[in-house]
Design a protein around this ligand. Structure first.
Ligand code: NAD
Ligand code: 6OD
Length: 487
């Protein structure tokens, strides 16, 4: 039987380029489908169609009509939920528990939340008083940017693509989505859903293909008005260069090297469970995952023993098997990258408290890309292991003695995405949290999300904020209208 073919969706039609690459199941290395890689003609059609839709059918709709259609997208995704779950699991190997509780529900929530936010968005008005007593009414009208390119990664494929598509479309933009070449399946299903619920052709386009060729062709295209990107910091740098020719607005959500700080007044069990979750969820492949843990000297030994026990009790295996928390990493290439970091840690002199290798299977899973949850100690803050993003299920644990020292050490990084602080002392929480150079600081929690809050990073972790009114702000451009009121 020939493998299923996933194609691009442009101008309201699925388009097969005739040039394919394999889509691999990370559980066993088997080919699950063929991806038809878009070419420059397909990209040109997508851009022209997106422009037309933005200026006509889609852009001309009332906000209410547009948002009603986006709710229909969410409803249809819910009806086809099982297909989305299966597609995400097949592409990523992540556990059913995670896909059911995080990835797919957030996909639909993104559409519902941003449709409602756009519908109820306020604009600014000011009455201006001039020295001579004359007045003016100033108000702003928010207009879409035009054609927005959404470039998304493989770690939370549907969640992160819809996190950008939904607000962009709610604001009246047309979208061209380029998902990661590793994870095209839920994006393909989303294109079917857009088609089924009657999103006007061209308002949503899907371009499949690899980053360097297809992604670059999109971000450097003259017909693209803005780029919103989630992915690695090094890719962000390249995209920024290609966007600079036409001075396109960019929103970047990039890599992280996130700290957890366990103060002496933390609830130890809560902290151990929380750090186990923040380190090992999705095999450490969440940009917000913890890779550096600072534990107060008084709790260090008990913390290490607890975290070791948690890591060793994680069930690794088939995504849908009862109790499995960790599946494989997303790809062979990524498995090799993470293993090379395990080796680097060894070379730098780390002590391995647990893990450090690949779990043994005697079935098809030996061809998969599994990896052990790993806890290490004894490296300096300046070691490469403690400075470079690994994006795997590993954390380094070290001792600290006082608050100002640990704040300085947590900020000793080129990244600035997320941090978590574990303390039962409210004053300490309020004092320390704002001093961490990061876009988000959780206290006694991790990855607790409210879609209305600003999300993003500082330093190498990103440019700008999305979420709530910040998304509406990025995906639209205000025109100030100033009306002189004659006395
Ligand atoms: P990546 O940068 O390799 O790829 C992301 C996307 O960019 C993919 O669709 C890829 O095809 C495309 N791409 C690659 N090169 C391109 C180019 N030259 N021009 C245009 N597009 C290009 O990232 P990844 O490996 O898919 O994802 C993992 C990285 O993403 C990690 O660094 C992680 O921290 C980061 N990430 C950040 C966030 C966040 O919210 N800050 C969220 C998820 C992932
Ligand atoms: O929860 C979100 O909205 C979000 N953007 C999460 C990013 C996770 C990174 O891997």
């Amino acid at each position: 039987m020939s493998a299923k073919i996933l194609t691009s969706y442009v101008d309201g039609q699925f388009m097969d380029s005739g040039v394919y690459f394999d889509n691999i199941n990370p559980v066993n290395g088997a080919v699950i489908s063929q991806i038809a890689e878009a070419n420059s003609e397909i990209i040109d059609v997508a851009v022209a169609s997106a422009r037309h839709a933005q200026q006509h059918e889609w852009g001309a709709m009332s906000v209410n009509q547009r948002c009603a259609l986006l709710h229909k997208v969410a409803d249809r995704m819910s009806e086809r939920e099982q297909e989305f779950i299966d597609a995400e699991i097949n592409d990523t190997g992540k556990s059913l528990f995670q896909v059911e509780t995080i990835d797919i529900p957030r996909g639909t929530a993104n559409f519902r939340t941003f449709a409602d936010m756009a519908k109820f968005a306020e604009s600014e008005t000011f009455i201006t008083e001039m020295p001579n007593g004359d007045k003016a009414l100033n108000y702003s009208v928010n207009k879409p940017l035009g054609v927005v390119a959404v470039i998304s990664p493989w770690n939370l494929p549907l969640l992160l693509a819809t996190w950008k598509i939904a607000p962009a479309m709610a604001c009246g933009n047309s979208v061209i989505l380029k998902p990661s070449e590793e994870t095209s399946s839920t994006a393909f299903l989303l294109a079917q859903v857009m088609d089924e619920v009657g999103i006007p052709k061209g308002a949503f386009n899907l371009i499949l293909g690899r980053g360097k060729a297809v992604g670059n062709a999109i971000t450097s295209h003259q017909g693209i008005d803005a780029i919103t990107f989630t992915g690695a910091s090094c890719t962000g740098k390249q995209i920024m260069k290609s966007a600079s020719d036409t001075v396109k607005p960019v929103s970047f959500e990039l890599g992280g090297k996130n700290s957890a700080i366990i103060f002496s007044d933390a609830d130890l069990n809560k902290a151990i469970n929380g750090v186990a979750r923040s380190t090992f969820t999705n095999c450490g492949q969440v940009c917000l995952c913890t890779e550096k843990v600072f534990v107060h000297r008084s709790l260090y030994q008990s913390f290490i023993e607890g975290l070791k026990q948690q890591a060793e009790s994680i069930k690794i295996g088939y995504p849908k098997e009862e109790g499995v928390f960790m599946g494989p990493l997303v790809s062979k290439v990524h498995q090799q990258k993470v293993l090379s970091h395990y080796q680097l840690a060894r070379d730098e002199g780390a002590t391995f408290i647990t893990g450090g290798g690949v779990p043994t299977f005697n079935d098809e899973r030996k061809n998969g890309f599994f990896i052990e949850p790993t806890v290490i100690t004894d490296l300096s803050d300046d070691s490469r292991t403690n400075q470079e993003e690994i994006f795997g299920p590993i954390c380094h644990v070290s001792i600290f003695d006082d608050e100002s020292e640990v704040i300085k050490r947590a900020n000793n990084t080129q990244y600035g995405l997320a941090a978590s602080i574990w303390t039962e002392n409210l004053a300490r929480a309020h004092r320390v949290a704002p001093k961490i150079d990061a876009g988000i600081v959780w206290v006694n929690s991790w990855f607790l999300r409210d879609l209305r809050t600003p999300f993003g990073g500082v330093k190498l972790s990103g440019v700008g904020r999305e979420g709530g009114k910040h998304s509406l702000g990025f995906y639209s451009e205000p025109t100030n209208i100033c009306i002189k009121i004659d006395e």
